[in-house]
Design a binder for this molecule. Structure first.
Ligand code: ADP
Ligand code: MG
Length: 228
């Protein structure tokens, strides 16, 4: 087996302190192989989003190790983590998180702006990403001119425009109807089929069934010994 792309050991995350401290992750271990398709399930409040935010370098753990591509992320500062995230990770949120007052194309181009890609190449790559999710003809539309399913597909185009090795999705179908959910899952399946590591959080069994492996988070740890 190839070296794991994600390796997490004894991960802990505490929000706040003292009497009001919330222990969101309590010594979580997880290994994800390169190219794997993993679903994370668990009840609300069990720590799933906290975990995914750390995996996506959007947040740092309170303690424990997170090795991304064999590199200990604790050695990185804020700016370097931002670079790592931009280069390796595409993130998809339940609530799409598109910028409202700008076009689909501009939303998809944004990560390339941060990456310093020139305008002409930016445009070409953003259009290719929109093509991949079947929305080139909506490139000039703003988010409020698109359906929820279309907005999520734009968000996926934005996540994949940098050609990340890892796609992380936090309940990507949570706000979508059945038909749009199927469209989104078909795209994630394709991303996996073309070699990407996909980690997705979901409440729904039929969504989790797309993954090769399902783990369950219970009270800030991966449940062991039970079928998920
Ligand atoms: N920014 C935050 N500040 C304080 N508590 C938080 C914060 N984010 C999450 N929590 C708490 O951490 C626990 C785990 O939350 P979360 O990771 O969002 O769970 P899940 O995604 O599984 O529903 C919950 O008790 C939640 O209220
Ligand atoms: Mg969550």
């Amino acid at each position: 087996m190839s070296a794991p792309v994600i390796e997490v050991r004894d991960l802990r995350k505490v929000y706040g302190s003292g009497d009001t401290a919330v222990h969101a992750l309590r010594g979580l271990d997880l290994t994800v192989a390169r190219g794997e398709y993993l679903a994370i399930m668990g009840t609300s409040g069990s720590g799933k989003s906290t975990l995914l935010n750390i995996l996506g370098c959007l947040d740092a753990p309170s303690s424990g190790n997170y090795l991304l591509d064999g590199i200990d992320t604790a050695e990185f500062g804020e700016a370097q983590l931002g670079l790592l995230r931009n280069r390796k990770i595409g993130f998809v949120f339940q609530s799409f998180n598109l910028i409202p007052r700008t076009t689909a194309l501009a939303n998809v181009e944004l990560p390339l702006v941060y990456a310093g890609v020139r305008r002409k190449q930016r445009r070409a790559r953003a259009l290719a990403a929109l093509q991949m999710v079947g929305l080139v003809d909506r490139a000039g539309h703003r988010p409020n001119e698109l359906s929820g399913g279309q907005q999520q597909r734009v968000a996926i185009a934005r996540a994949l425009v940098t050609a990340p090795a890892i796609v992380l999705a936090d309940e990507p179908t949570g706000n979508l109807d059945t038909r749009s959910s199927e469209d989104v899952m078909a795209i994630l399946d394709r991303l996996h089929a073309t070699g990407r590591t996909v980690v997705l959080i979901t409440h729904e069994d039929d969504v989790a069934a797309h993954a090769q492996r399902v783990v369950r988070v219970v009270d800030g740890r991966i449940a062991t010994g039970v079928a998920a």
